[in-house]
Design a protein around this ligand. Structure first.
Ligand SMILES: [Zn+2]
Ligand SMILES: [Zn+2]
Length: 336
């Protein structure tokens, strides 16, 4: 089969020929149709994620068809269309798993990190990592929903915000353009927060009721003028921007941190205590969450806007994503 591997950290992506893998017990072989490129794949490319061994095939926004099931696989059969996202498997016996909190499994696997992922014609994945893909979604439409989609949808639906509450989405990129659509379709009063007047029309088109331009004023003050946010979904990996948004939270407001960065967020205790405000991170979701994300997206016409590249053009595709030029997600078409 053709696969794109990172042979060793820093070596970039190489298109290689490999034998088609067979599924071990509890696993299935998937014939990959499409795989989204996520910014987190850069950790595999550069060797900055602890525990990844090389060579490694990246890719955790995978959609394909089950071709063969290993021994002991009871709930899935060949021919079914499935996806695999960030949640690539869990142990079932650690403290988190015993509490049913599989995404926080102490021995959790990440597809494309812990084992070879979707930048290839085939991958083998554990049965507990599979999400059913509705027929209404084609593979390219579905792929980005398995990381960018589930992360934003799952964060919002677990945020405590109720229909009609003011929910702000900061950033209109790969995550934010989906976050806006979900916020609107979940019934929230949806406010987009981004930089530049040129983003207004796009924000409204994606579902925002209001647009706050961070270039022309203080976004926190603008959100307070609208009544204060119950939730702010911070999608841009920019701690300084996140720090500036805390003041936009209303009573019981939560800043939900999705954009991953190692920089510190700055906040004063006063900002949090009076309004019972909080800052919370959110880690993607399980395969079941992915499945529900896909179903909700098909039902409510939430769609990722994608640029599509063949597997062999992975370097060009990755560059589009890394330089922030992609509108909005990049997907490798592996078959069809
Ligand atoms: Zn991802
Ligand atoms: Zn576990």
């Amino acid at each position: 089969m053709r696969a794109v591997e990172v042979t060793r950290p820093g070596a970039g992506f190489t298109l290689v020929e490999r034998p088609v893998p067979g599924p071990a017990a509890g696993r299935v072989r998937i014939a990959v149709e499409a795989c989204g490129i996520c910014h987190s794949d850069v950790f595999v490319r550069d060797g900055t994620y602890a525990g990844v061994t090389y060579p490694r095939v990246p890719g955790h926004e995978v959609v394909g068809r089950i071709e063969e099931v290993g021994a002991g696989v009871v709930a899935w059969r060949p021919g079914q269309r499935v996806g695999v996202g960030w949640h690539g498997g869990h142990c079932g016996v650690c403290e988190a798993c015993r509490a049913g909190d599989f995404i926080l499994c102490e021995r959790g696997l990440v597809c494309g990190f812990s084992y070879d992922g979707g930048y290839a014609e085939y991958l083998v994945a554990p049965q507990e990592a599979l999400a059913a893909v509705p027929d209404a979604l084609d593979p390219i439409a579905a792929a980005p929903l398995l990381c960018a989609g589930v992360t934003t949808f799952n964060a919002l639906r677990n945020s405590g915000a109720r229909a009609g509450d003011l929910v702000a989405v900061q950033g209109i990129g790969g995550l934010g353009h989906l976050g806006l659509q979900y916020a609107r379709k979940l019934g929230f009063r949806t406010v987009a927060v981004s930089r530049g007047a040129d983003k207004r029309a796009l924000a409204l088109e994606l579902g925002a009721h209001e647009y706050v331009d961070q270039e022309t004023g203080d976004a926190a003050a603008a959100l307070q003028a609208l009544g204060g946010a119950r939730v702010i979904l911070a999608t841009a990996p920019n701690a300084q921007v996140m720090s500036g948004l805390v003041g936009g939270l209303g009573r019981n407001g939560a800043l939900l941190v999705l954009g991953a960065t190692a920089d510190p967020i700055q906040v004063t205790p006063f900002q949090l205590i009076g309004g019972r405000r909080r800052i919370q991170g959110w880690p993607s979701g399980t395969a079941k969450d992915s499945e529900e994300t896909l179903a909700f997206s098909a039902l409510n016409a939430v769609a990722s806007r994608n640029e599509v590249f063949p597997l062999a053009e992975v370097n060009e595709a990755f560059e589009r994503m890394m330089t922030n030029r992609a509108r909005f997600r990049v997907v490798l078409q592996v078959r069809g």
